[in-house]
Design a protein around this ligand. Structure first.
Ligand SMILES: [Mg+2]
Ligand SMILES: [Zn+2]
Length: 203
């Protein structure tokens, strides 16, 4: 079973759509086995996109993250939580509140049911957060295992291009974008037009 946190469990009402989000390399800069607060750096385009998604009022936000650094004893679960709390604090300061955060602490050798590419964490999140399986859901990540997990869970998949992982040919996502903001504008092209107009006005 994956570990989870649902910060807003009281009277939680699931919204109609869900963004299942990989954390490292998708929302924050991936610096490999991160647990030190000073390494926490939110990707600016991801932050802007999350703000825009939050403003629509239609999305649940759920982190789905492999954290084998715990299973490998590179850091403890407590250190993971300290880091995660700081991330939540930074996001909430921008008006972005996550509905849940699920992480798999195991290594691939543990052969658990939660580690991506398996869909266990998404299934658990849906159960615990009351998100119907048939509701619109997107899985966003920078690695082939993210896309495989999203597909196995029946989500629309979104690949964030990465210098680190180049298995795009091996696993094809429904959308391939450079960052979450580009995906937002694919879903809401009118917003892109508005942004272009504003930019021209300012010139
Ligand atoms: Mg990643
Ligand atoms: Zn696991």
């Amino acid at each position: 079973m994956a570990k989870s946190s649902t910060p807003n469990t009281s009277a939680h009402t699931a919204k109609s759509k869900t963004l299942f989000l990989d954390r490292d390399g998708t929302i924050i800069v991936d610096k490999n086995y991160m647990y030190k607060i000073e390494d926490l750096e939110i990707i600016p385009e991801a932050l802007e996109a999350l703000k825009k998604f939050a403003q629509t009022g239609e999305y649940n936000f759920v982190f789905i993250s492999n954290q084998s650094g715990i299973g490998r004893d590179y850091f403890t679960e407590e250190q993971y939580w300290e880091f995660q709390k700081e991330l939540y604090r930074k996001l909430e300061a921008e008006g972005i509140v996550f509905d849940g955060s699920y992480f798999c602490p195991h290594t691939s050798e543990d052969n658990c049911s939660c580690r991506k590419p398996k869909p266990g964490m998404v299934e658990q999140a849906r159960r615990e957060l009351g998100i119907p399986e048939e509701s619109a859901s997107y899985f966003v990540g920078d690695k082939g295992d993210d896309i495989k997990c999203g597909k196995a869970a029946g989500c629309i998949t979104v690949r964030i291009k990465s210098d680190q992982y180049q298995d795009e040919k091996e696993v094809t996502a429904d959308h391939t974008v450079k960052d979450l903001l580009q995906f937002y504008y694919e879903l809401y092209p009118d917003a892109e037009t508005t942004r272009e107009l504003k930019r021209k006005e300012q010139e």
